[in-house]
Design a protein around this ligand. Structure first.
Ligand code: NAD
Ligand code: ZN
Length: 272
């Protein structure tokens, strides 16, 4: 794996590993880029097929749902199908391994994600979701969580796509309590973040010694502000992303794919 990296990247990973191994409190923020190597497109990738003439930023909004709920619902059904068979890649797996190792070694590692897929969980991580969960639905009016009759016996918190797989992509569902349309339990652009998740993220960012941003464009606020919060409180900021971002707080940039860097980095941090 090391052989794939240039000498400059090897030196950067070595420096980052040395810093991370010496610190107690680490906060990690992941974005769509960490799931890109699992085959889930980011929002910056152009959409394909049926959806090639739509921009994700125009569909993932409350205004879009109010204007054309069937269009937004069917886009999410398509995204759910896209994600259903995807598996964690080496970056998710390395992070999960590090998290377990950290626990045993009194290192505090808080993993926060903007992703709505469940690949961190599939890899075995404990993760805080800032932007909700693709597998869940709720009423757009009374907010009651929606679980289809066939799924009532299951743990409603479990990430399970079977609920949505059975539903016709084009058919809107209405709430049995108030008649409102059922929507994905996702935080859309312009909506507030879940209070508890945001509080955990803010506390971890403000308290950490190193903040690592992996696969995020650093364009979507308030999540993008977490690196700034960490920096103001004295943390070092590391970014792992093959492309430049507007994140100006960064002390160390590792310009390579997460799936290539994370296994090498974690191996060096944990010594295993
Ligand atoms: P984004 O689409 O804005 O940016 C993705 C970033 O990942 C880019 O900066 C890109 O350069 C980088 N990237 C691409 N491939 C990478 C790789 N292999 N390794 C590391 N980095 C890589 O995503 P965002 O910053 O997460 O924010 C946009 C919103 O998109 C979020 O709210 C998120 O919920 C949503 N989203 C989630 C998923 C998902 O759950 N998998 C997918 C698409 C979009
Ligand atoms: Zn309702």
């Amino acid at each position: 794996m090391l052989a794939e990296l240039s000498p400059a990247l090897i030196a950067e990973v070595h420096d980052a590993a040395k810093l991370l191994a010496s610190k107690q409190r680490i906060c990690l923020l992941t974005g769509a880029g960490i799931s890109a190597e699992s085959g889930i497109p980011t929002f910056r990738d152009k959409q394909t097929g049926l959806w090639e003439n739509h921009r994700a930023e125009d569909l993932a909004t409350p205004e879009a749902f109010a204007c054309d709920p069937a269009l937004v619902w069917s886009w999410y059904q398509w995204r759910r199908q896209l994600v259903a068979d995807k598996k964690p890649n080496p970056a998710h797996k390395a992070l999960a391994y590090w998290q377990h190792h950290a626990k045993a070694n009194h290192q505090q590692l808080t993993l926060i994600t903007q992703n709505v897929d469940d690949l961190h969980e599939q890899a075995g991580s404990t993760v805080v979701h800032l932007h909700g969960n693709l597998a869940r639905n709720r009423c757009s009016q009374c907010q009651t969580p929606y679980t289809s009759a066939s799924n009532h016996s299951k743990d409603s918190e479990a990430l399970d796509n079977s609920d949505v797989d059975r539903q016709d992509a084009e058919t809107l569902i209405t709430c049995s309590h108030c008649g409102g349309y059922i929507r994905p339990d996702i935080v859309w652009f312009g909506e507030s973040l879940p209070v508890q998740a945001w509080q955990t993220a803010e506390e971890a960012a403000a308290d950490c010694e190193v903040f690592i941003s992996i696969g995020t464009s650093s364009l979507v606020y308030p999540a993008a502000g977490l690196a700034q919060l960490a920096k103001r409180n004295g943390a070092k900021v590391i970014e792992i992303n093959p492309n430049p971002t507007p994140n100006t707080t960064v002390d160390m940039i590792i310009k390579e794919k997460a799936g290539i860097i994370m296994p090498v980095l974690v191996k060096q941090i944990t010594g295993s």
